[in-house]
Design a protein around this ligand. Structure first.
Ligand code: PMP
Length: 368
């Protein structure tokens, strides 16, 4: 049998594993930070209408520049993220993962390096590798906040071309303050300009306002967002960025022509028409998130303060056996190899109750 390593693949991919959260068929799946609420019927009907309209034109390529969608996304940000942006400042792609890939293809690549402060979203490192960009694992404090002095020193010494700041951070849930982002941005510009990417995939769930206003007057600052979480549309695959229009022009150099299908554009536009309903679910999830944090703390767990739709908790003697013990109760959570910690996504109240029961049952035997 031919194995991957028998093929003439790139050296840096040899022996590596792909991204892979287990997709197990268990009663309560709280492992990939999805929104537990299916799209409401009125929105499903509107999607069908919009997609039927788009289907009539599928003999043609879609709008390559996705102008109508970018206009709707700009209006959404202006309404909800505390800063007016124009459609020329917004760019969309198939998930924010593709946005990150386009940014790394444009600003990273062979001979260049990106830094992230770990533990953080693993795809920042993986997409860096996939685009031939070197990866620097920057530090965090024991409480999972960014150690600003250490981070600035690392940036000054290693001079990465791309800096990732994930806020709220996955998997810890920690938000990053505007002051910290500005300090990191200034440090990154000191030795020649570098791109700073704020990954705000979970921005809508945060206690703190969006970091979007920071892009004003900072041409090398990019904010990335997604419809996978707050909009409950992970299956849609729609992510976007907001930045100086020059950044949008720059990623045109690497984007595939017609990358965003007419069906995707039509579906996303329908979802954006229902923003108010969908953001209502976000409010419910925030209330449930705060309840999960409170109840886990009451059980005796150490819980990392969360600004996202997931919660990091521990401290376990062994991640893997604790993960298995919770799974034995029919609840799938995530082990991201953060020593002693697991991550649970916030689900419906019933799913959260099932999780909390499991967490209560395994506490004594598995915590350190
Ligand atoms: N950024 C972060 C921090 C994430 O956690 C995720 C998804 N887990 C993404 C980006 C990518 O999301 P998507 O490609 O679905 O937009």
């Amino acid at each position: 049998m031919t194995r991957i390593d028998d093929l003439p693949i790139r050296d840096e991919l040899r022996g590596k594993s792909p991204y892979g959260a287990p997709q197990l068929d268990v009663p309560v799946r709280l492992n990939t930070n999805e929104n537990p609420y299916p799209l409401p019927d009125a929105l499903v009907a509107r999607i069908a209408e919009r997609v039927a309209e788009a289907a009539r034109g599928l003999n043609r390529y879609p709008d390559r520049d996705a102008v109508e969608l970018r206009t709707a996304l700009a209006a959404y940000l202006a309404k909800t993220a505390g800063h007016a942006v124009t459609p020329e400042q917004v760019w969309a792609a198939n998930g924010s993962n593709e946005i990150i890939q386009q940014l790394l293809q444009t600003f990273g690549g062979p001979g260049r390096r990106a830094i992230g402060f770990e533990p953080s979203y693993s795809m920042h490192a993986l997409i860096s590798r996939g685009t031939g960009t070197g990866w620097i694992s920057g530090p965090r404090r024991d409480d999972f906040t960014i150690d600003l002095a250490a981070a600035v020193a690392e940036i000054a010494e290693r001079r990465p071309e791309v800096v990732f700041v994930c806020s709220p951070n996955n998997p810890t849930g920690t938000a990053v303050s505007a002051e910290t982002v500005v300090a990191l941005y200034d440090a990154a510009q000191e030795r020649g300009p570098a791109l700073v990417v704020i990954d705000e995939a979970y921005g809508e769930f945060s206690h703190q306002p969006s970091l979007l206003p920071l892009i004003e007057g900072r041409p090398n600052l990019v904010l990335t967002r997604t419809m996978s979480k707050a909009f409950g549309a992970a299956g849609l695959r729609l992510g976007y960025l907001a930045a100086d229009p020059a950044v949008v022009d720059a990623v045109q150099l690497v984007r595939l022509p017609y990358h965003l299908s007419a069906v995707t554009q039509a579906t996303a536009l329908a979802a954006l028409e229902h923003t108010d309903t969908l953001l209502g679910y976000v409010e419910q999830l925030k209330t449930e998130r705060d309840r999960v944090v409170r109840e886990l703390t009451a059980i005796g767990y150490q819980v990392t303060a969360s600004d996202a739709n997931f919660v990091q908790f521990g401290v376990f003697a062994d991640n893997r056996t604790a993960w298995e013990a919770i799974l034995a109760h029919g609840v799938l959570v995530r082990d991201l190899s953060v020593p002693g910690r697991l991550r649970v996504s916030v689900g419906t109240p019933a799913e959260n109750d099932a999780f909390l029961d499991a967490a209560r049952a395994v506490f004594k035997e598995h915590t350190a």
